[in-house]
Write a protein that binds this ligand. Sequence first.
Ligand code: PXL
Length: 280
Amino acid sequence: MSYKRLLTIQDISCVGQCSLTVALPILSACGHETAILPSAVLSTHTSGFTGFTFRDLVEDMPAIGAHWVKEGIRFAAVYTGYLGSVGQVDYVRRIMSTTLEDGGLRIVDPAMADNGKLYPLFGQDYVEAMKNLCFESDILLPNITEACYLTGMEYRTEYDEGYIRDLLGALRAAGAKTVVLTGVSYEPTTTGVVVMEGDEVTYYRHRRLSQSCHGTGDVYASAFVGALMNGIPAATAAAVAADYTVACMENTVGDPNHTYGVKFEPVLGRLIERIATERA
Ligand code: PXL
């Protein structure tokens, strides 16, 4: 595997198997040195728990970024997920522009909405701030809800290929480059991911489980970045990440004691093997 230094910026949900507690082990397993910048610390994630604590770490960001610049630290990619507040977005954009190597990749998972709704702590001001970060990125990984918030298109639960084409067109018109659109399902038993790179659009269809699980967006994005940074093309990395995410869900559904995230750790070996195969 090629050894890359990456930075991922997202929150620490202490319990809940999402964000950094997922991204760090997955990226490390994919063979990458993974630096982190925690955006916030929460006792748990915000979906399905009540009474969670939340500490915004925005005040630490400028000094951390300045120290890295002073030390000459550079990253081959910066991958962002859940940020804690509107005020963080401009610092994150600055850290990207000061710490990325020449040709380094800005990879953005908007991580702000699902199932037609924004996550609990976010409002329209957060969406507006995220548009800047998203449309500056080299690779954007929204789900359909996030793509709708970013473009102003109507969110639909039932749609056809024309709707998805329009959504991709609207993202591109707003400035998106490569887009990995997740959760695109044209029939009840399958779902998939659409990758738009330049004029090329591919669709990877896979099994759809009857139950959804929390944190799979973070598992997916982390596995995608891990594969991509091993030199695997985006469309293949999207399929690798989809198959790994399905494996994590299959390993979890049916366990009544595990409702807040997916048991991604026992199947990490499969991701490592698959990346080795795809690179060969
Ligand atoms: O998985 C996305 C995510 C990350 N971090 C926090 C969240 C969520 C989704 O709800 O609440 C804190």
